[in-house]
Design a protein around this ligand. Structure first.
Ligand code: MUC
Ligand code: MG
Length: 373
């Protein structure tokens, strides 16, 4: 077995254009900044991780710039010189140097998992418990779009990729107009596909109680984080009063947050993002809590590129509790990718890449092209 000692940790910021703008409640992304983290082992193997937030600081406060500073200055020194087989010990030791900053820690955790799996010449999922599934349903998300553009995009995605469910971003405009737009979209699609909404915690209680029933009546089958993350009482009220399953996203950024949601009976589904949760080890703990309490888990995205998306796919491939599909479409939103092979999306599912580690290899010409100067 090649020398497993971590010899070097590098970080570089990539600015990767999207094929169309992606409108969130308070921000519209036209490019995706991605912090590419590489972990090199003495034996010559390199693992890849991505530090990614959806578009920028608006979602959770971290950015590629903060992640780069935290990794370069504080997390890399904990890693370099130690065997990658110390992974759990290294991740535990991160807490001695850096509080919070889970997106940055996730990039390191994932790059170390990738390096270790590549050194063993096994797929990443073998380090995560072994095979449960080879593919998972993939929802497509529409940014905030006018009705005609939304219908056209949905029809195109059904035709090209067989998506059976769509997530609709809301929250940027007047709630009445926003709701009316989505109701009209649901009427136009007439139950042909599953429709969900995500307002990124930007509605208050009274707005949610006024407009979510209209979306329930229109047939939406999942409400993602309608109200602020900390307010579990309101999330529970929405969950119990309206009847449509509620998915907690911003409310769950750690295993402890998942336990709080379980105790508060605040949601039916948890959005599992290996980024916001601080990596694959922390995600395993989070799913264990949710699954034990009977909550469903959804393979969610922070719009990662290929390496981050592949890591989440391997996680879902090895975790039975990931039973509510996924939205692991990130690479499809990018105008171009930066690996030699693309992740396969077909017939409404996304397939777990095969091969050592994440199953993907870097295209260094593309990476250098996207690297921020
Ligand atoms: C989020 O909050 O869900 C995931 C897909 C999308 O369109 O937004 C991201 C972040
Ligand atoms: Mg969300």
């Amino acid at each position: 077995m090649s020398d497993m000692t971590i010899s070097r940790v590098d970080t570089r910021i990539l600015d990767v254009p999207l094929f169309r703008p992606h409108g969130f409640a308070t921000f519209t992304a036209t490019a995706q900044p991605i912090l590419l983290v590489t972990v090199e082992l003495e034996g010559g193997v390199t693992g890849f991780g991505e530090g990614v937030v959806p578009g920028g600081a608006w979602w959770g406060g971290e950015t590629v710039e903060t992640m780069k500073a935290i990794i370069d200055g504080y997390l890399a020194p904990v890693m370099v010189g130690r065997p990658v087989t110390d992974l759990a010990g290294i991740v535990a030791d991160f807490e001695k140097s850096v509080a919070n900053m889970r997106f940055a820690k996730a990039a390191c955790d994932i790059a170390m998992h990738d390096a270790w799996a590549r050194a063993l010449n096994v797929p990443m999922r073998d380090l995560l418990g072994g095979r449960v599934r080879d593919e998972i349903d993939c929802t497509w998300a529409l940014g905030v779009l006018p009705l005609d553009e939304a219908i056209a995009e949905i029809e195109e995605r059904i035709e090209d990729y067989g998506h059976k469910s769509f997530k609709l971003k809301m929250g940027s405009g007047d709630p009445a107009e926003d709701t009316d737009r989505i109701v009209q979209l649901a009427e136009a699609l007439d139950g042909k596909v599953s429709l969900r909404m995500d307002v990124n915690a930007r509605w208050d209680r009274i707005t949610s109680l006024k407009y979510l029933p209209k979306l329930a009546e229109a047939g939406l089958d999942l409400f993602e984080q309608p109200t602020p993350a900390h307010d579990l009482d309101t999330l529970r009220e929405i969950t119990t009063r309206i009847g449509v399953p509620v998915m907690a996203d911003e409310s769950v950024c750690s295993p402890a947050d998942a336990l709080a949601v379980v105790r508060a009976k605040a949601a039916d589904v948890i959005a599992i993002k290996t980024t916001k949760l601080g990596g694959l080890l922390e995600s395993k703990k989070t799913v264990a809590i949710a699954e034990t309490a009977g909550l469903a888990c959804h393979g969610a995205t922070s719009l990662e590129g290929p390496f981050g998306t592949a890591a989440s796919l391997h996680f879902a491939a090895a975790t039975p509790g990931m039973n509510y599909g996924s939205e692991l479409f990130g690479p499809m939103l990018l105008k171009e990718s930066y690996t030699t092979e693309d992740i396969v999306y077909t017939d409404g599912v996304v397939k777990v890449p095969e091969g050592p580690g994440s199953g993907l290899e870097p295209d260094w010409d593309k990476i250098n092209h996207f690297t921020r100067k």
